[in-house]
Design a protein around this ligand. Structure first.
Ligand SMILES: NC(=O)c1ccc[n+]([C@@H]2O[C@H](COP(=O)([O-])OP(=O)(O)OC[C@H]3O[C@@H](n4cnc5c(N)ncnc54)[C@H](OP(=O)(O)O)[C@@H]3O)[C@@H](O)[C@H]2O)c1
Ligand SMILES: [Zn+2]
Length: 417
């Protein structure tokens, strides 16, 4: 096979041969807007790698909300974080190691060119006290690959740190493999990473957006621990998806009217009406858990619209753990419920390699499934993001074909090398 400067999408170069150019979806800072407007197919140079970096041929990728934020340039253009003139989004991928830097070594996983891998999106410095004995997510250099770094997975090649690699589960197809890691590891840390509020058998966990990316994984993690997931959704079809994933029950949030900013506590009429409505929502939880039994953990990410309710319904001594504010960052809550009932409000962000590895093992042994929904071809990557932005995407995790020539394949040999 001849060695070329540029390969077509789905055409695999000889193993280890790095072409000069690659196809990529590129976001330019002057074109921020909805994904259909801002994510444009272009040919760019394949990035160089440093001694501790790895070049990965991207076989499949996943859709995450940060691709929407990167397109919109909200809350800021990713190019402001990484100072590169353009941005390639994509924070999930399955692929093949194509080139290893001279210092890119892992004692746990002795990687070599040709290995089939997943990528987790947590970049760290590797040198600081947090990275060596502490919590690497507290590293000052911590970044999300494909959001705060310029070369994400919506391209034929991406570059990552060696500690971002995990083995691809051999029993999964390429598209299943590429779609789950970001949300799965995030959910894993939210539920296991904040002791002593860690997931235990019999606990009740309220999962907002139960059929979404995070929610689909959280629901399964809760179930695998022998605990009860109570999923919140916006329609019955999504509720059924959650039941299939092992939720104990679901609640349709459209049947309640207690969303948005907390009314002023001093406005007795408005506040009283609000609390009455929140109690109705609480009663719907009690119908599932038993009278007076509140959720031990509230798995929160919608933000402004739901946060006051999350803080209200969490159990005494329980935890509201949140990793996003999709509907707004101005979170409000009635402080008296939080201090008098001694609740914990805990921010959480992605995961460490340790947590991503534990989460991946749960996939490998079948405790948790990738919850893959729809598979999109390369040409439809912006459309998949547009659907997510408008909350009309299918339940679970969407997968994206990059170099995978067709669906259902599992190995490097399958994709033609
Ligand atoms: N910090 C981190 O490390 C991290 C990691 C992953 C994701 N995130 C963030 O977490 C958020 C969710 O990500 P995702 O991948 O799970 O997205 P997703 O697949 O779109 O799921 C989000 C779910 O939220 C629900 N939702 C939408 N509007 C809502 C509202 N007004 N009230 C209550 N629920 C609402 C939707 O379910 P219903 O409409 O059916 O209720 C939807 O399924 C995003 O902002 C993302 O950027 C952060
Ligand atoms: Zn560090």
């Amino acid at each position: 096979m001849g060695e070329k400067e540029l390969y077509a999408i789905g055409e695999i170069p000889p193993l280890g041969y790095v072409p000069k150019k690659m196809h990529a979806y590129v976001i330019h800072p002057e074109h921020h807007g909805p994904p259909l407007q801002s994510m444009k197919p272009e040919v760019v140079d394949v990035p160089d790698i440093g001694p501790d970096e790895v070049l990965v041929q991207v076989v499949t990728a996943g859709v995450n909300f940060n691709g929407v934020w990167a397109s919109l340039g909200q809350p800021a253009s990713p190019t402001r974080f990484h100072k590169h003139p353009f941005h390639i989004a994509g924070s999930d991928a399955a692929g093949v190691i194509w080139k290893l830097g001279s210092a890119a070594k892992s004692a746990t996983y002795p990687w070599k060119v040709g290995d089939e891998v997943l990528i987790h999106c947590g970049m760290t410095c590797g040198q600081c006290p947090y990275c060596n004995g502490g919590d690497p997510m507290l590293c000052r250099e911590q970044k999300i690959w494909g959001y705060e770094s310029p070369y994400g997975s919506f391209a034929q090649f991406t570059k990552v740190q060696v500690q971002q690699l995990l083995p691809k589960p051999a029993n999964l197809t390429w598209e299943e493999s590429g779609c789950y890691m970001l949300v799965h590891a995030t959910a894993w840390r939210m539920l296991y990473g904040h002791p002593p509020h860690t997931l235990q058998p019999e606990m009740n966990v309220l999962v907002w957006g139960g059929s979404g990316g995070l929610g689909s994984m959280a629901t399964q993690i809760v179930r695998a621990a022998g605990a009860n997931a109570i999923a919140v959704v916006s329609n019955e079809e999504r509720g059924k998806w959650c039941l299939d994933l092992g939720a104990k029950a679901y609640i349709n949030r459209k049947n309640f009217n207690c969303w948005g900013q907390l009314p002023p506590v001093s406005d007795q009429a408005a506040y009283g009406a609000y609390v009455k409505e929140v109690r109705k929502f609480g009663a719907a939880i009690w119908e599932i858990t038993g009278k007076g039994v509140d959720p031990d953990i509230v798995f929160e990410h919608p933000g402004a619209q739901t946060f006051p309710v999350s803080c209200f319904v969490a159990n005494r001594g329980g935890m509201v753990v949140f990793c996003a504010g999709t509907t707004g960052f101005n979170l409000s809550f009635d402080a008296s419920y939080v201090w008098m009932r001694q609740k914990r409000i805990q921010g959480s962000h992605f995961a460490t390699l340790y947590q991503a590895d534990a989460a991946n093992k749960a996939i490998m042994d079948g405790r948790v499934k990738p919850a893959m929904s729809e598979v999109f071809e390369w040409e439809r990557i912006p459309e998949a993001h547009d659907r997510m932005m408008n909350n009309v995407h299918p339940s679970g995790n969407m997968a994206l074909m990059v170099q995978a020539p067709r669906r259902g394949l599992k190995s490097l040999a399958d994709i033609g090398n």
